[in-house]
Structures are given as structure tokens and as C-alpha cells.
Design a protein around this ligand. Structure first.
Ligand SMILES: [Zn+2]
Length: 694
């Protein structure tokens, strides 16, 4: 390998391992990679720990790097949100749910031994360190210690009751974060031994079902270790995972799933049973697709091809076009379900899309991915939990007019799916939701390839890092996304010159920027603004984004309402009925107690009102911001079996009904809501002179 020519090195490696061009098509390629496992001596590593952020050759460089876990701490409303998570199921799940309780297989017990323990830890671990909570750290540490202290003699790790590659992919993500947080010397050898074992074992026992669909999440951990040890066998494993893993890029390049999936038809076409699990059902599965959003960018680090890196944009555009919803997500209940806003999206799909976007943002450097990440994080994520985060839904709907046991028009999921509870429908989301807020926190700032820092996603936080050898603390104060002003104070240990990048959101109609009170040239929407200077202790940046409320077109010519990073929805009065107690928490149904079938006129005008951000940031009791707009009832729009009928296309408002002043809230505040409104037919917005408003 030529260390001073990373591109040449990468080409040589890929040529040797058959990952370039036609070599990938050769039937012998898998066997060739497997024989390399025994050829490369174990000691052939140029291992240096604590490698600085640039990627190790021959991996492609990337414009941004995610900071080590623990570098960013939440502040302000974000800290309150994480404290709510810790006070709710996030910090107590193990006390009330046996699947991650004392008998977990990941603690050496005979209980659940598959994905649920690792899922829980993937969020509990960063949450514990971000809040510096000794009790939560101790909870996580038990699982980590058991895992690190009980490897199998052959290099495998985890519960002995299964040898599935998939749950270990999740635990590897946990171990990489844990090593960044603690530097525990047990992590690197365990991961190395496991990957060596897997490199030898995969040819005979290849990736299947979930592991085959989610290979890119393991690839992240493989590359993480390669950056630290330089062990070339890891690159061979990377190629093998890509080769055995499902080709998401190819599927989206020729995207055939353009409508709500008919699962019965797909099963019949695929032969049903295992064939469905191995192929069609896996391909249109929401969580798999959410995770796959990172697959092409992550693979591009190995292939070095811009074409791979950029494929994420086409993938997202296909999802938007055929399955996009106004809360920033795509429908998946449990399979792709089209654009009707009465279809659902699974919570696992929400948090996995967020993590994929965080990874893809660092690799592509495209600020549009941060816009999308904020839309999901500040709307879809909190919108599917109760205020105290003791209960969540499996499926949320943008137009959610009832949470009940009715059977919905969903692709696959059962009648419990949109209740609020401990484990409505299925417990994957119960275990997996924990990563949402902590990993967002971890991604607010990133390091740049030239040694500077970049503000990627806006929320209040503090950051501790080192820039050009100088310790640097950054304090970011803001009530964003409820407000548009962000203040950033830099505290370098001594003056230090570097480029600081600030993302200007794509929706901003303007922006203002000052440094120490002096106006600066502001940037363009949808780009990064770069400030190159010698930063002094106490330097203060103030950034303000202009935004105007606007409507966005969607399914059946419906309109949803956006202002900045927030989506707004009509709150429906809620009647909560406890269905059953579930240990420390309960399952709930929610019934509507006010009229919801409202349409908006063309050229609707909005009046914005602000209130202080309350103790629960996304609460309908104290919404930090509201928008008032005049709407009209649409009597013909009804619900069936608890689901709003598809939004009618350009309905005529009922002539007998007078206009009504609607007060819209952030999407996440109400748990029953209308987000996609029918756009009234022309003429409907003419109303009596003294129209009553309520
Ligand atoms: Zn789930």
C-alpha cells in the first residue's frame, strides 16, 4: 500500500479484492476474499490508537466526521427532553420489561437474546453519558461488561443461544460508542477477533434476512475499527459484507415499489414463507429501508466512488415521490404504504432514518440532509410519544384522528399499532426508540476535513473538543426550532485560527449574522457559511434565520403547513382512556372530542404567536409557538374504523358552515391531529361578512 497516495492505495486494494468494475461480477469473488483471511498475517497492522479524525487510507475522505460520543452535551430544552426520556421508559425500561431485564441473554440469562438488549443499549449508553447519570451508566455497564467478558472461543460474542449476525451488528454500534466514551481496552480485541471470525465464517454461513438487509450498519463498525487499527483484513470483510448484503442502490436505481404494497400479492409472487422473508418482504420493509439510506454513502468510503456516495439523493427522492408524508418521513406500516397521510410510519423507521441521515450527512456534506433530519427529529420523533415518554406508538399517522383498536387500512400491522403504550403491536420500537434523541445530540456539531468545526443541526448544547491542538468549548444557546435565533460562544483555551461552518437551512428566506456584534455577510439558504478567522476566547456569533409560514402540497392536492423546521397541525381535543396497566406504564386509547374535518383555502394567511418554551418542549398544554389560520369545515370528509378517509381532492366547503379560526400547533404537540388539509375548491373561501370565529 502507498500511504502517501490514498487514491492509488484504494484502487490497488479494490482491484486485489475484486470490488472494482467487472470483478464484482465474478462468481469466484467471494471465495477469493475468504482465502485472503488466512493469508494476511495477524500482525500486519500499522496500528496506532487515537488516530485523528481523517480517514485511514485507502478509505475515502469525507467532508465531515461525527465527533466521538460524549463530546456534545444537551442544554436548554434539549436537555429537558433527554431528562424526560431518562425519567420515562428510557431510564426505566429494564425495571418493567423482561426483554431487557435481569434475565436478558445479554446479561448471561435465559431471556431475550436477540436484538432487544443491543437496541436498548444503543440509546441508553449515549443518554447516560450525555446526562452524566451514574445510575444510567451503571445500567448500561452491566450489559457491556457481560458482553466484553464472555466472548466465545472462536471469536464470536454475545448470547450462546444464537449465532445470528444481525443482533451483533447492533451491539457493535454500542461497543464503538462505548470505546469512544471510555477507551476501555477490552473493546478493540473483542471486535477484531469477531471480525476475523466472521471473515472466515461468512462464505459458508452468509448474511441472511435482517443481516443481509442491514449489512451497512455493520460496515460502519468495521470501518470504525479500521480507522483505529489499520488491519487490512477489515477491508476484506467490508468487501464481503457489501457483496453478500442486499443491493439497495440497485433497487432504488430501478425502483418498482411505487404504490402501497399489497403484501398478499407480493407473497404470492415471491412464493411466500422464507422466500418472502429473504426477498420481497425485506425489500419493502420500512425499517430496512430506513437503515439502507446510509448504505451507498457508507460503501462509498470503501469504493471511493462519488456515484455511490450520491446515490442517497436518488433513494430519498424515490421515497418522497411515492411514499413521502408531511412529517418528513415515508410511510411504512409495516411496509411501504404510499402517500396517503392516514397511513402509518413505525417508530423504528423514524429513529433509523434519523441515524442514517446523520451518517449520510457527514459523508456527503449535503446540508439538505440536515434539513430533513431536523424535520423528522422535531416533528415525527416527539409526535409519537406521550409527553412523559412512558408510552409510544408503533405507527403514527400525520392525519391521526383516533388511536384505537380498530383495524386500519395498513399494509401489515395489527390493530394495536397506533395505541400509545409499552409495546403496542410488537416490542422492537420499545427497545429501539432510545437512540433517537441521544444520537441527534451527538450530531449537532461535526468536525470538518480541514480541522475546523461545523454547526450541522441546531439545538441548545455545549461541545468540548480540540481544534488544531487547542482545547475548545462551544456553548450554543437557542430555542430553535421554536425560535429562529442561535447564539454560539467560543471558548478556545487560547486564540486559534480555524474555519467554522454554519448551516443555513434550505427554508430560510434570509439570515443575519454577527460576530461580536458586528454584522457579517450572511450566507445562502441551503448552504454552509464559512467563517475563517482567529477565534478568541469569548467570541460570540449570533445567527438569525428568517422564515414565513407556508403551505406545502401533498397527497391529493392536500396542503400541510410549515414554518422553519416545524410542521404545524390542527390539534383535535383528546379523550384518553387507559386500556390496561403494563407494569410501570400503561396502554392507552385516544378518542377525538372535537371536529377535525377542516379544509384550508388557497393563499391562506397565518398569524404566528409565541409563548415561552415550557418544561415539556413539545406539549399541547404549552405550545411554544402557534399559527392561526382561517379554515372551513368539509362535511364530506369522514373517518372509518378510526382512520381518516384519504384527504378529498379540492372539496367544496359546506355552504352552510361558516369559516373557523384554527389554531395550529407544532405537529408533535397534539397526539390527535390533522396535518394534511384538503385544499378547498375555488370559491369556498368566500365567506359571510361577519364570519364567526372560534
Ligand atoms: Zn419497531
Amino acid at each position: 500500500m502507498a500511504p502517501h497516495d490514498p487514491f492509488q492505495g484504494r484502487r490497488d486494494f479494490l482491484r486485489a479484492s475484486g470490488a472494482l468494475g467487472l470483478a464484482t461480477m465474478l462468481p469466484g469473488a467471494v471465495r477469493a476474499a475468504s482465502t485472503h483471511a488466512g493469508v494476511v498475517p495477524a500482525g500486519d497492522t500499522d496500528a496506532t490508537s487515537d488516530v485523528p479524525l481523517p480517514a485511514r487510507a485507502p478509505l475515502a475522505s469525507q467532508p465531515f466526521r461525527r465527533l466521538p460520543a460524549g463530546a456534545i452535551r444537551p442544554a436548554g430544552w434539549l436537555r429537558r427532553q433527554l431528562e424526560i426520556q431518562a425519567s420515562g421508559l428510557g431510564g426505566h425500561l429494564d425495571e418493567t420489561w423482561a426483554d431487557v431485564g435481569p434475565d436478558s441473554g445479554w446479561l448471561g440469562g435465559t431471556g431475550e437474546s436477540w436484538e432487544r438488549g443491543p437496541y436498548f443499549l444503543d440509546g441508553l449508553l449515549p443518554l447516560a453519558w450525555q446526562l452524566d447519570s451514574a445510575p444510567l451508566k451503571a445500567k448500561a455497564q452491566k450489559f457491556i461488561d457481560w458482553t466484553l467478558d464472555h466472548p466465545w472461543p472462536n471469536g464470536m460474542f454475545g448470547p450462546r443461544s444464537n449465532n445470528d449476525w444481525w443482533p451483533r451488528m447492533v451491539m457493535l454500534k454500542v461497543l464503538t460508542q462505548y470505546h469512544e466514551l471510555t477507551g476501555d481496552a477490552r473493546v478493540i480485541p473483542l471486535m477484531t477477533n469477531y471480525f476475523v471470525h466472521q471473515l472466515g465464517a461468512l462464505p459458508a454461513r452468509p448474511l441472511r434476512d435482517w443481516g443481509r438487509s442491514r449489512w451497512q450498519d455493520e460496515l460502519l463498525s468495521v470501518l470504525w475499527l479500521y480507522d483505529r487499527t489499520g488491519d487490512k483484513r477489515l477491508l476484506q470483510l467490508a468487501v464481503l459484507l457489501h457483496r453478500q448484503g442486499f443491493d439497495w442502490q440497485g433497487m432504488f436505481a430501478d425502483f418498482k415499489f411505487k404504490q402501497k404494497v399489497d403484501v398478499a400479492k407480493l407473497k404470492a409472487e415471491g412464493g411466500g414463507g422464507d422466500v418472502f422473508m429473504e426477498d420481497l418482504g425485506q425489500r419493502v420493509h420500512g425499517v430496512n429501508i430506513a437503515m439502507s439510506i446510509k448504505s451507498s454513502p457508507v460503501w462509498s468510503l470503501v469504493s471511493g466512488r462519488a456515484h455511490d456516495r450520491d446515490a442517497v439523493h436518488h433513494q430519498l427522492s424515490m421515497l418522497d415521490t411515492y411514499h413521502g408524508l408531511p412529517n418528513g418521513m415515508f410511510s411504512a406500516d409495516e411496509h411501504l404504504a404510499g402517500r396517503n397521510p392516514s397511513q402509518g410510519t413505525e417508530l423504528c423507521t423514524v429513529v433509523e432514518t434519523m441515524f442514517s441521515l446523520e451518517v449520510a450527512l457527514a459523508i456527503t456534506g449535503d446540508p439538505a440532509l440536515a434539513d430533513r433530519l431536523e424535520t423528522i427529529a422535531y416533528n415525527a420523533l416527539p409526535g409519537t410519544f406521550t409527553d412523559d415518554m412512558w408510552a409510544h406508538q408503533y405507527d403514527q399517522e400525520p392525519n391521526q384522528v383516533e388511536s384505537s383498536l380498530h383495524r386500519r387500512p395498513w399494509t401489515t400491522n395489527g390493530p394495536e399499532s397506533n395505541l400509545f403504550g409499552l409495546e403496542p403491536h410488537f416490542g422492537c420500537c420499545t427497545a429501539n426508540f432510545h437512540q433517537g434523541w441521544p444520537k441527534l445530540t451527538q450530531s449537532l456539531w461535526m468536525a470538518t476535513a480541514d480541522g475546523g468545526m461545523a454547526a450541522m443541526v441546531y439545538a441548545p448544547c455545549t461541545l468540548q473538543t480540540v481544534v488544531h491542538g487547542v482545547p475548545l468549548r462551544i456553548e450554543q444557546s437557542t430555542d430553535y426550532p421554536f425560535r429562529s435565533r442561535v447564539e454560539i460562544v467560543l471558548h478556545p483555551a487560547r486564540a486559534v485560527a480555524f474555519a467554522l461552518k454554519l448551516r443555513i437551512p434550505g427554508w430560510a428566506t434570509g439570515s443575519t449574522l454577527t460576530v461580536n456584534g458586528q454584522a457579517q455577510a450572511s450566507g445562502s439558504a441551503g448552504r454552509f457559511l464559512t467563517l475563517q478567522r482567529e477565534w478568541q476566547p469569548g467570541d460570540t456569533i449570533a445567527l438569525t434565520f428568517a422564515s414565513v409560514p407556508k403551505t406545502v402540497s401533498g397527497f391529493n392536492d392536500s396542503v400541510s403547513v410549515r414554518d422553519g423546521a416545524l410542521v404545524f397541525a390542527l390539534p383535535i381535543a383528546e379523550s384518553w382512556i387507559k386500556w390496561r396497566q403494563r407494569g410501570l406504564t400503561a396502554d392507552w386509547m385516544v378518542y377525538p372530542a372535537s371536529r377535525w374535518n377542516m379544509g384550508l383555502p388557497e393563499n391562506a394567511s397565518f398569524r404566528r404567536a409565541e409563548q415561552p418554551v415550557g418544561p415539556v418542549p413539545f406539549s399541547r398544554q404549552h405550545p411554544p409557538v402557534t399559527l392561526s389560520v382561517e379554515g372551513r369545515p368539509v362535511a364530506t370528509w369522514k373517518a372509518e374504523e378510526g382512520a381518516a378517509d384519504p384527504v378529498p381532492r379540492r372539496p367544496q366547503a359546506d355552504a352552510a358552515d361558516v369559516p373557523v379560526m384554527l389554531t395550529l400547533m407544532p405537529y408533535a404537540a397534539p397526539k390527535l391531529r390533522i396535518t394534511a388539509f384538503p385544499l378547498l375548491a375555488p370559491g369556498s373561501n368566500e365567506h359571510p361578512e361577519d364570519g364567526h370565529v372560534s
